[in-house]
Ligand binder design. Structure first.
Ligand code: KMH
Ligand code: ZN
Length: 281
């Protein structure tokens, strides 16, 4: 059970790019390092504290190239105060080895998905031995994981992981409910409530709704005392018939709703303290 009282502030994570949308179809998608750093700065100014990062190659295709990842971590640290969370999910076509090697770019934090899930027409593969190896590597390298939960079985796997392998680096469990993926749990208030009640005691959590689930999940998460993830990885439509113009407007909308809920956006240093991410030297 998870009976925490609502936090005083709202952690906003921005996921600006993802691996799925094509630049040709979504011209506002940040795909170069310059575009990524620019959007990250704008999102920090709008209230984000964490950036969840997928990168692209020179042809704007998803890549896990280690040298590019290292340059990306350095540039985001130089240009922003955001917590830099690299995706270890990558694209559905990425190998387990390349996903494990993401941690060698030494980010502050990483995503760690707790199970396999149908992903539209594809399958996002996360068998338990891979999850366990990735978790062990986060502990070895001192990277703070965020547990990505696309379905209820993933919550059971998170309990199994923590019971078998101990606390994460930083000592705190933070989860992200990814809702509304075709193949995962639906993005509605009833499902969110059930999922939150199954999280480990003391865990904090954010939620994100994919596509049309964006707004219902955001309202439900705020009502239930959760944190928020927004960004063009998860939705490219701001309102019916109106494409997102950039990530900052999604962060601004989340910040506005968080302030209305009397839980204003958390600053990066507050987020570091909550998540157990060490400060920059
Ligand atoms: N692109 C998805 C296949 C993560 O970043 O950890 C996986 C994903 C999850 O986006
Ligand atoms: Zn991602």
């Amino acid at each position: 059970m998870n009976n925490n009282s609502p936090p005083a502030a709202t952690l906003i994570t921005v996921a600006p790019t993802g691996a799925e949308s094509e630049k040709s179809a979504v011209p506002a998608l940040p795909v170069t390092l310059d575009e990524l750093v620019t959007t990250a700065k704008e999102c920090q100014a709008a209230g984000a504290a964490v950036v969840h990062v997928h990168i692209r190659d020179d042809d704007a295709r998803p890549t896990l190239d280690l040298s590019r990842l290292k340059d990306t971590v350095a540039a985001l640290r130089e240009g922003t105060g955001l917590i830099v969370q690299l995706s270890t999910g990558g694209a559905v076509t990425d190998s387990f080895d390349s996903r494990l090697a993401v941690l060698d770019a030494a980010p502050d934090a990483c995503s760690l998905t707790c199970g396999t899930v149908n992903f539209g027409e594809d399958v996002f593969h996360n068998p338990y031995p891979f999850i366990r190896d990735l978790y062990a590597r986060t502990q070895e390298l001192g990277v703070v994981p965020e547990f990505e939960l696309f379905d209820f079985g993933h919550i059971a796997t998170l309990h199994r992981l923590l019971a078998g392998h101990g606390a994460p680096h930083g000592g705190h469990v933070h989860c992200d409910l990814v809702m509304g993926v075709p193949g995962g749990m639906p993005g509605d208030a009833a499902t969110l409530t059930q999922a939150v009640s199954a999280l480990p005691e003391g865990a904090t959590w954010s939620a994100t709704g994919i596509g049309r689930a964006t707004l219902p999940v955001m309202f439900a998460a705020l009502a239930a005392g959760g944190h928020l993830r927004v960004g063009m990885e998860d939705t490219v439509t701001f309102a019916k018939g109106r494409p997102v113009s950039g990530n900052a407007e999604l962060v601004e909308r989340a910040g506005t709703l968080a302030r209305l809920a009397q839980r204003p956006p958390m600053r990066p240093e507050q987020a570091r303290a909550m998540l157990g991410v060490s400060g920059r030297s």
